[in-house]
Design a protein. Sequence first.
Length: 276
Amino acid sequence: MNDLVFIKGKQAVCDSIQVAEKFGKRHAEVLYAIEGRPCSCGGKGCPKCNYRGYQQRGLLMDLGDVATSQLLVDDEDRSQQQLNLGVCATSQLPQMFKKVRYIHPQNKQEYRKYLLNRDGFTLLAMGFTGQEALIWKLRYIQAFNLMEQTLLQHQSPVWSDTRTYQKAIRRQETDTIKLFVEYAESQGSIHADQYYTQFSLLANKAAGITDREMATVQQLNVLAMIENMIARRIEELIAENTPYKEIYQGCKGYVVGFQKYIGTNTGMMFSGQNME
């Protein structure tokens, strides 16, 4: 669910490429729905486009027309509702549909896509029909709700204090991992520095998060407990002269046991990767 909506510029948004994928559309079709589909005549007008200059109107064109029609009406004939509608259509366009550039992972070429906020997604999704489309609409609505709740929570002093506390625990854990890295290197490990990342991934997966800055208060508290537990377990196993290869596995098993104890079910999948 978290991969559908993410935070950009302090607001919840989704990606036009992913929207196209989830709704079974080509990305070009979604771009046409947003921007309109130009005609090969270059906007001059021809029989192919019925002399309109385009083959398909887009949401940006329609919203622009709404703004213009409502804002240019004579003051005497314009109601407050019409004025508000025109102002809204004008001011909200950059937030609803923000065009950005990205590099295609295969051909390394630059292309355009759009970031859509809740309102932009809602307008776009109105044109998607069918039972499967309805399912994805509901999933996106739920994802927007969750992400917006997270944004609100991040504005509270409680979240800020919890994040500060978790960072302090993380620093303590990092100091312990540093000792473990030196311990592993003394036993012949040549990639021991990778354990910093491995232990971070272990804790993140156990807490059910991918981005610590977007974690909830509850997730941060769980993360702090796990990182503190990992640090203490590393110290215990080093004191017992445990071979370094067994220490990471021992911490992983400890975390799994902790998960079962607190009754969490994050679907954590461990790769079981071993490093030399």
